[in-house]
Write a protein that binds this ligand. Sequence first.
Ligand code: AMP
Length: 615
Amino acid sequence: MPEAPKILSDSADCIDDIVVENNNKVLKFIEDVTADADEVQRRVLSEILSRSANVEYLQRYGLNGCTDRETFKKVIPIVTYEDLKPDIERIANGDTSPILCSQPISEFLTSSGTSAGERKLMPTIEEELGRRSLLYSLLMPVMSQFLPGLDKGKGMYFLFVKSEAKTPGGLVARPVLTSYYKSSHFKNRPNDPYTNYTSPKETILCLDSYQSMYSQLLCGLFQNEDVVRVGAVFASGFIRAIQFLEKHWSLLCKDIRTGTIDSKITDPSVREAVMKILKPNPKLADFVEAECSKGSWKGIITRLWPETKYIDVIVTGTMSQYIPALDYYSNALPLVCTMYASSECYFGINLNPLCNPSEVSYTLIPNMAYFEFLPVTRKDELTGSISEPTALNDKEKQQLVDLVDVKLGQDYELVVTTYAGLYRYHVGDILRVSGFKNKAPQFNFICRKNVVLSIDSDKTDEVELQNAVKNAANQLLQYEASLVEYTGYADTSAIPGRYVLFWELSVKDSTLIAPAVFEDCCFTVEESLNSVYRQGRVCDKSIGPLEIRVVENGTFDMLMDFALSQGSSINQYKTPRCVKYAPIIELLNSRVISSYFSPKCPRWTAGHKQWCTQN
Ligand code: AMP
């Protein structure tokens, strides 16, 4: 297998030479691993299976130590999280026998995908941190081919940790990025001009989101002339930072002017780290104040950080809804999506990072995991639904397509086998083959399967929405009213964005229903949604209060007529549970009679319902 590049070597004697040498090594690694993709995949699977030959899960299916693809595909089933839940619960409850993986499970990564309303728990092992670091180490050498000089400036990245919990068996459960930022791979990373950030690590590791954001913005503003790139993980996080700046710039300017840090920042390690950077700078404070107090915030990023060359944020998938806002704030700087990853496994990178956001494709790096692909049929652009072959027979199971065998233009659902103990696991993402880098395919991210609404990292599927709406609509029965039809959309025209539901009612006397009843319905929907949604509402404040818009009778008939006029088939028409297409949203909005907002935040606590929290 092509050997992973070392981050930096000492052999050259000047830093520029080291950077060039390292970039070349990384690019060669990408060439090799993509040219040899099938052989690398064969060896990855064989390595995973030989290491895990003794694990209970593989023995249960009678793999008997075989490590070849054919036997593996024949005997090991394709599974979802629900299938693995009993095994995962045993591990969470303290069973340390080799159930899924021969190496000890070091922690659980809590996914933004949910099961029964709670985050899914992905087992991981210590060595996966190395694999994640490897993928990160590929990003800047690729980027530098297109934009030279990035090693000469700093990155202003807004990075955050989230609260963690302990499973009953004592394993830590936390999001994958929290795990990574707290690891020595991030905290003690070697001096590398490409990981030179304006935020000291103490500001990133501060759990209090206000203190963390404030201190990261303060450091970013103070070093504004050094900044050559800005970013966050997802577009929603970056927009949140700009919105925070809109609210708090005068306090930040005061700190820059005086070289002190506001008393609301109480975390001693954050204060100490920031004070090592900050000095009184009245000239800079005047400049920031002048820019922020201008009426318009158009182009604020390039105004405050004039050397910025691009914004590094994910704008693929549902995050594309934030592209207009990012364009506005940045005067259309390039939006760069560098990587595609998950709690299960880090998948791949974008080899053409300056491409248009609508054309982003990710090359899966073949030594991250063993990848298989389930063909799915095309997406219905109007209703947003993807259909796929239902129950697979044994023959079809074996015919899941290997990495190098996918077909250009075809959509697939991603299935992974990882070093940490997932075997033929449905990730839930739908990808479309857009091209090839050598033998390795490149994919457009199409969507997360079944997700109908998403503002930040929340992913609400059709069933969750249906149950939540049902719970709420039950409250109308006592007023002799019932819900006839509904649909929803993620409204991100204001920050934070919010879920909007359009409700058509059958009601005897609408004057009998007080606004408070509908507000209660909004709240009940929120209370019924999954914990990632509720965390976004309560803790991150990244999602605004849910809104119900009651529409005139007959609106959903009009919606159906519209869909039929656009070519939908009358036999197959179902009311879409989410709408994205602007003319449909316009139609629905033109028929709104009244609208109501959730009056308060739903309940949320860290960790799964039944666990005690650590923080
Ligand atoms: P999580 O398990 O919470 O880490 O979320 C992982 C999921 O986020 C993936 O399975 C995708 O659905 C989504 N995701 C990650 N990276 C990207 C990307 N570059 N573009 C679109 N969606 C992404």
